[in-house]
Write a protein that binds this ligand. Structure first.
Ligand code: COA
Ligand code: ZN
Length: 316
């Protein structure tokens, strides 16, 4: 018998989308100049999006695309309606983010040791110790600290990551004082089944911790994963305009879920996002021209389902 849970839950009225194209997206694209990044962030700020991950403060040799983070952030026209955030891999990065004026910092740790060693040069446990230190050191400066658990649904090197392992990372960082959690499907290994499995476990232990999910569409499951997560009460998702960002472990594969695909689906289901879809599609066109390659978003290619094709001239 298939034990797949029935989809009985009501849909949320509203979902909060964090746009991650300028950071997660651009870090996997060919480098573009800082002024183009600023143009992209400013354009996104005018679409009704309320959250934008703008830059990351990482070692410039690790991710050369983010080496100009300070310069970009200084030049951004900050909308009072938008909550901007920065990603940091360690205490130094988080300090840089706060010094630059960010109030919201995302600290990343991978659930799989091999991925974390490759990305951050630390075991998962070493990074978790570092995160505890970071929260203790910076907490009184008042930032919101989100811990992103990467490879939460699978690791490209190790394969499946046990949901129990991810759940124990959540237990630890919440005890250490993290304010929010995100699960990153770093290489698009999540499926509805795995989303359900992890959320079952984490939601029963931490029903009230703010939780955001970050899906990649590498294998075409991102929107199905979003629907599953909404059944579990999740109302916060990352997405990347145009689907900016590749998958470094699967050349040619698409990366992040495209923001306009997410908005398009949610609006048609009566779930509000506050985003102006037409304006967002224009920004996806801009993103495509800035990175100089065709982006994978289906809604960017085909337009929304309400965009009609002129009627053919049918003669009888
Ligand atoms: N930003 C800039 N410089 C940093 C830094 C940061 N966040 N963290 C450390 N450094 C500097 C240190 O000051 C030190 O400089 P020095 O040699 O002049 O003294 C040097 O880097 C080495 O420090 P160390 O702590 O040993 O770092 P490391 O070499 O072990 O690198 C990371 C660890 C985490 C900094 C690096 O792997 C990194 O930036 N990874 C980011 C990966 C990423 O963003 N992936 C995508 C997002 S998930
Ligand atoms: Zn991503």
């Amino acid at each position: 018998m298939n034990t797949w849970p029935t989809r009985a839950a009501a849909l949320p009225d509203r979902v909060s989308i964090r746009e991650v194209g300028p950071r997660d997206g651009l870090q996997s694209e060919n480098p573009i100049p800082p002024e183009d990044k600023v143009r992209l962030i400013d354009a996104l700020s005018g679409t009704g999006l309320r959250r934008i991950e703008a830059v990351s403060f990482v070692h410039p040799k690790a991710i050369p695309q983010m080496a100009d983070a300070d310069e970009v952030w200084r030049a951004v026209t900050r909308s009072p309606e938008v909550q901007y955030s920065a990603l940091a891999p360690n205490l130094k990065g988080a300090q840089r983010a706060l010094d630059a004026g960010f109030d919201h910092v995302e600290v990343v740790v991978s659930a799989s040791d091999t991925h974390n060693l490759n990305n951050i040069k630390r075991s998962t446990d070493e990074s978790l110790d570092g995160i505890a230190e970071l929260i203790a050191a910076l907490g009184d400066r008042g930032p919101t600290i989100e811990v992103i658990v990467a490879t939460a649904f699978g690791c490209p090197y190790e394969g499946d990551v046990a949901a129990e392992r991810v759940a124990s990372i959540v237990d630890r960082v919440i005890t250490d004082g993290a304010h929010r959690i995100a699960f990153g499907d770093t290489t698009g290994m999540a499926t509805p089944r795995r989303v359900a499995e992890l959320l079952d476990l984490v939601r029963s232990a931490h029903p009230d911790v703010p939780l955001l999910l970050h899906f990649h569409n590498t294998r075409g499951t991102a929107l199905a994963n979003v629907l599953t997560a909404m059944d579990y009460g999740v109302v916060e998702f990352d997405a990347s305009v145009g689907g900016l960002g590749g998958c470094p472990y699967a050349p040619g594969a698409s990366g992040n879920l495209a923001t306009e695909e997410l908005v398009h689906m949610l609006h048609d289901m009566g779930v509000e996002t506050g985003v102006d879809l037409d304006a967002l599609i224009e920004v996806a066109e801009l993103a495509e021209s800035l990175v100089g390659r065709e982006l994978p978003s289906g809604v960017l290619r085909a337009g929304p389902r309400t965009r009609l094709t002129p009627k053919p001239d049918i003669k009888d």
